[in-house]
Design a protein around this ligand. Sequence first.
Ligand code: NAD
Length: 472
Amino acid sequence: MLYDRFYSRGEFQYCTGPTQFPVYNPTTETQESVVKTCSDEDLEAAIASAMAGFEAWSCSSIEERHRVLVNLEEGLAQRATRIADSLAREIGCPVWLGALMQVPMALKGIQFAREGLFELKWTEQIGNGLVERVPVGVIAAITPWNFPLHQIVAKVAPAIAAGCSVVLKPSELAPGAAQLFMEAVHESGLPSGVVNMVWGGPELGEQLVSHPAIQQVSFTGSTAVGKKIMTAAAKQLKRTTLELGGKSAAVVLPDADLDTALPVVLRMSSVNSGQACVSQSRLLVPESLLSEVEAKLTSLVAMWPLGDPLDPATRLGPVANARQHERVTTMVEAALSQGARLLTGGPGRPEGKEKGWFCPITILSDVQPDMEIAQEEVFGPVLVILRYKSEAEAIALANGTKYGLSGAVWAGSPETATSFARNLKTGQVIINGAAQNLATPFGGWGESGVGRENGRFGIEECLSYRSLHGAH
Ligand code: NAD
């Protein structure tokens, strides 16, 4: 596939940039597609388009915004199979996961944004002051490759709902989902200029962030790049929403039902080959249950057959690219050399896989809290087990990283689990395996980010206040 057209003024237009990015199929290691980049002129055109789009869209009615979001949701639903196929070919996401998680999360994201339109208090009278919620302006939306559609929707749908316009720079490593999203935008009835999209890598991202016409930057990606973006945005005092990395802990309390908890723990650390910001990559276990947990978890790995992501029977595909494969391998090797005990998996490709960036599910025990593997995001199917002796130690371990994005608590009763969860310094906690509710605010504490997405909270992120004193 050749991705060579950006989207500006309501039309797809040919990119005139000097470079191109190859996208490799992580299963075959062959070139799958090519992304042509935008030139400076292309970027200027997209930003000018967004400025004009904002003038019109900021005056649109709630009903118009709702109608467009309904159309967008329908357009994406119609493309669900093609999106899942592109995710399998470009990032190795198994087709079942594309169909059951990646696409449905995006559809829910649009649904909750349009419902949020009617939940928000758009105006409020305080004495003689009329307080209005007004759109901030042109938003730069920069997204990663791991849940590429969901992350685009989490930025663009609330911006549309708020009355803002957007210049989207999707990941150059997962272009298929972004292209199909833009085709749905094109058919949604959205006026020209409200949503624009440019192709490019980090350099183009930097230019976009620093452009004076951009009022707000909404970024999802690594903590390292998030810090660069915040620094660049600060030079012009731009608002930022940063959804960054994590090292989330699943905490098993002594009275938890292990047979219910452990399959979910394994899923939450392995799904999408562990390439999820909310991956529960640390498991905290009471010392008394350690050997039982180790044995049960190891036996569950057989439920995750590894293979071609286009095969519906595959649960675990390869990691998305060579860089990720190298990172996972190196971090597992380092942990083993520091004394971690291997329960299953290991560094490098699993036996029988000479080709493809496959990493086996790897579970490590005897992991110490100060090891790199216990502190840093691996972004691979790697679960580390840390033991604790007391509840106080479990809380200290769970909170003992620079991150704070997600987490889970398993206990004999929801009351015990909820009470423990209140000690966790993290943006969300899943209690006893509850479904993640995408209408609630999503975002991180500490180095996991700043700001919130989802539902009406995502819309509020795109709004400012205007107070009119003595207004009639
Ligand atoms: P990345 O930070 O390398 O890149 C993300 C995006 O930023 C890409 O579009 C990239 O081209 C662009 N970019 C890179 N450098 C830039 C710069 N200096 N200025 C502007 N744009 C720049 O991240 P990735 O490897 O694509 O994604 C993986 C990371 O994303 C992981 O750390 C993961 O935890 C995080 N993530 C966070 C969330 C969340 O909601 N908190 C969700 C998904 C992924």
